[in-house]
Design a protein around this ligand. Structure first.
Ligand SMILES: Cc1cc2nc3c(=O)[nH]c(=O)nc-3n(C[C@H](O)[C@H](O)[C@H](O)COP(=O)(O)OP(=O)(O)OC[C@H]3O[C@@H](n4cnc5c(N)ncnc54)[C@H](O)[C@@H]3O)c2cc1C
Length: 412
């Protein structure tokens, strides 16, 4: 017994130590249990097939900054709320976001649909502390001036502020820079299609400073030329980086400059500019008109399909060359919605088919990238109209890129 301590005091000391151990033990167990339940903890580095974390993870916006003079393209920087380091991603990959929905024609009376899902390419290079995406405000198309503006891009531009929490899925996508620096690489971007290219450039010049890279970047005019300072600095500091910026409708104040000329990014420009006799790998991301002209022209020029990588930013960006949809008739049952409808080959996908018939199903990118419309096939079979970026689980299909090839029962 310690000197000067009574039996009663010793008893108190022992009980106190035991209590302390008990409290610490409970604390550690609770912490472990919470972590084991958490869908947020990153596990493996991002790769093309397994996500670095399942489902949604909370991030806090730390900064926002416009990237063009017209203030139509805004970068959002964000870090994980859980503070755990971020897994690396492949330059060119995208993140998937959840945002409050917009007016829904299926609900009526101005009702809002449930949360919507959209994908945005990472525009930064891999960094364990934060991510950056750059979002262009989607205005009503010229052909439909009275259409509502884009829901998710407006939400980010108008509502999302520093300190706000957003929900994000792990990096994904098959459109990323080949790590082999010996391949001469040509990046072809139109408008906001610059985002994955910028990530590729930033990564390449940090990791492979001598790599040869060409960037052909088509924009309307100088006001919407995004990341001008960054691109000019890269061009100045890396002699193997060739920057070609093309204004298709320059404003009177837009002059031609060191890297800037007037015109369009087309196959003639590529043929004129790229050195003969060098095998190039092409990465193309831009608006539908650009993709639909350049990609077939590259093939016609003799570039092997494996050397043409593309990213479509929306369902209409690059229509897959598919045979006619299956004609049917097939009975398609959406089990959760309790609806059976006859498929007769009118629609390009099961997603279009469901929506046209008023069956409410989740959807996101509508181009096989985000996995939001994945549905379990209870019975029957489907055909994919294009190879999805998202890795579909066995026995499931992505409604946005699938058509039925028999009678079908879906858990949707
Ligand atoms: C892999 C991938 C990566 C992407 N990366 C980026 C990126 O880095 N940056 C970026 O800005 N975008 C990117 N996108 C595009 C992005 O995901 C969204 O598609 C885009 O922001 C538009 O979404 P929204 O919700 O704002 O517009 P939506 O609400 O989906 O509307 C789209 C367009 O339709 C118009 N519209 C709405 N209703 C009607 C109607 N009734 N009739 C006619 N027109 C109508 C809207 O005005 C708008 O122009 C990417 C997409 C994919 C698939």
């Amino acid at each position: 017994m310690p000197v000067g301590m009574t039996t009663l005091q010793l008893l108190f000391l022992i009980v106190f130590v035991l209590l302390l151990q008990l409290i610490c033990g409970i604390g550690v167990s609770v912490w472990r249990w919470r972590n084991s339940l958490s869908a947020d903890a990153p596990s493996t580095p991002a790769n093309a097939s397994s996500p670095a974390w399942p489902y949604w993870r909370n991030f806090r916006i730390t900064r926002r900054a416009f990237e063009d003079d017209a203030r139509t393209q805004c970068s959002f920087y964000f870090e994980p709320v859980d503070g755990a380091p971020l897994p690396p991603f492949k330059p060119g990959q995208f993140l998937t976001f959840s945002a409050p929905g917009g007016p829904s024609p299926l609900i009526g009376d101005g009702g809002l649909s449930g949360p919507i899902t959209r994908c945005y390419s990472l525009s930064s290079r891999p960094d364990p502390a934060n991510y950056r995406v750059t979002i262009k405000r989607a205005a009503a198309p010229a052909a439909f001036p009275n259409a509502p503006p884009g829901i998710c891009s407006s939400y980010f531009h108008d509502r999302v502020q520093v300190g706000d929490i957003i929900k994000v899925k792990a990096p994904a996508g098959q459109f990323f820079l080949d790590a082999d620096p010996s391949r001469a690489t040509v990046l072809v971007a139109g408008g906001i299609g610059i985002t994955p290219m910028l990530s590729m450039l930033l990564w390449a010049f940090a990791e492979q400073p001598d790599r040869t890279l060409h960037l052909f970047y088509g924009v309307q005019n100088g006001a919407v030329y995004a990341f001008r300072t960054t691109l000019e600095e890269l061009a100045q500091s890396h002699p193997n980086f060739r920057l070609h910026v093309l204004y298709d409708t320059p404003s009177p104040s837009d002059g031609e400059g060191l890297h800037v000329s007037v015109g369009r990014v087309d196959i003639d420009l590529l043929k004129r500019t790229l050195p003969d006799g060098v095998a190039h790998t092409f990465y193309v991301c831009g608006p539908p008109a650009m993709m639909e002209s350049i990609v077939p022209a590259l093939r016609a020029w003799g570039i092997p399909t494996s050397d043409i990588r593309t990213e479509a930013f929306g369902p209409a960006s690059l229509r897959p060359s598919v045979s006619a949809p299956e004609a049917g008739p097939f009975d398609v049952r959406f089990r959760r919605a309790g609806r059976s409808i006859i498929w007769n080959g009118q629609d390009a996908s099961l997603l279009d088919f469901a929506e046209r018939n008023g069956v409410e199903v989740d959807s996101g990118c509508r181009s096989g990238s985000c996995g939001t419309c994945e549905a379990n096939i209870v019975s029957g079979s489907v055909r994919e109209t294009q190879k999805p970026d998202y890795e579909v689980r066995d026995g499931h299909c992505l409604l946005c890129v699938s058509v039925p090839t028999s009678a079908l029962v879906l858990e949707a």
